[in-house]
Ligand binder design. Structure first.
Ligand code: URA
Length: 233
């Protein structure tokens, strides 16, 4: 007969082990067929082991993990379909995004919306987010500790979404995702891979607003993607 004290002690140890694993980046367990069968009998499925965009957002909460929390109005988590096959990743929220809590809703966002439409998609069929989720003061570049703090949440969003393609918009997104310092002008024009997902680096829409002659390159990149992407409708 096991006494209550032993059961309690065991539960505390299990909890501590799970907390340790979570703190070290473990986000779930790959269930074996046998375990899945049991779960299905209990009315649960594979989703019992995997994160959703909602659960990641809930974990992010009213994030105070870095200094950007002090200057922001709204956290810009991400927007679009949880079943999206195309994921667009920009740098970080600007003033309008910070006001609305949505990514790419300012002038650069309007251009991005037109690029998505030219690809015969709409914003609610894709997923749009950024490397960092809070606006840096005065739109300065994100600092390395801010990216280090925020990026794990984006990695979890990518893992939850499992898109077929990531379009990395601009130097920041492309270099952070691909772990490189190669300039965007040399990264664009071909596919790269992030954790098995095809990445298409291209120029940022804000850069296109200043350099409209580069729109042609972005369209070439999108055409390369569309050739590879099998539309279902
Ligand atoms: N620029 C970005 O990189 N992201 C936004 O959400 C808006 C502008």
């Amino acid at each position: 007969m096991i006494d209550n004290q032993t059961i309690f002690q065991t539960l505390v140890e299990i909890e501590n082990s799970l907390r340790f694993l979570a703190a070290n980046g473990c986000r779930g367990f790959a269930p074996t067929g046998h375990v899945l069968e049991k779960l299905e009998k209990w009315g649960k499925g594979r989703e019992a082991f995997t994160e959703t965009l909602e659960s990641i957002q809930a974990d992010l909460g009213d994030c105070q993990r870095c200094n950007l929390a002090r200057g922001r109005n709204r956290i810009v988590f991400g927007d679009g379909s949880p079943n999206a096959r195309l994921m667009f990743i920009g740098e970080g929220p600007g003033a309008e995004e910070d006001r609305q809590g949505k990514p790419f809703v300012g002038a650069a966002g309007q251009l991005l919306t037109r690029i998505i439409a030219a690809m015969k998609r709409s914003r609610d069929q894709v997923y749009i987010c950024n490397i960092i989720k809070c606006r840096p003061p005065g739109n300065r570049n994100p600092e390395s500790d801010e990216i280090k703090t925020c990026f794990p949440f984006l990695e979890r969003q990518i893992a939850a979404l499992q898109p077929d393609f990531i379009i990395a918009l601009g130097t920041f997104a492309a270099q952070t995702l691909l772990g490189t310092t190669t300039p965007i002008s040399r990264l664009r024009g071909r596919f790269h891979v992030y954790k098995g997902i095809k990445v298409v680096p291209t120029y940022h829409p804000a850069y296109l607003l200043r350099n409209p002659d580069k729109k042609r390159d972005v369209w070439e990149d999108m055409k390369m993607l569309m050739k590879e992407y099998r539309y279902e409708d």
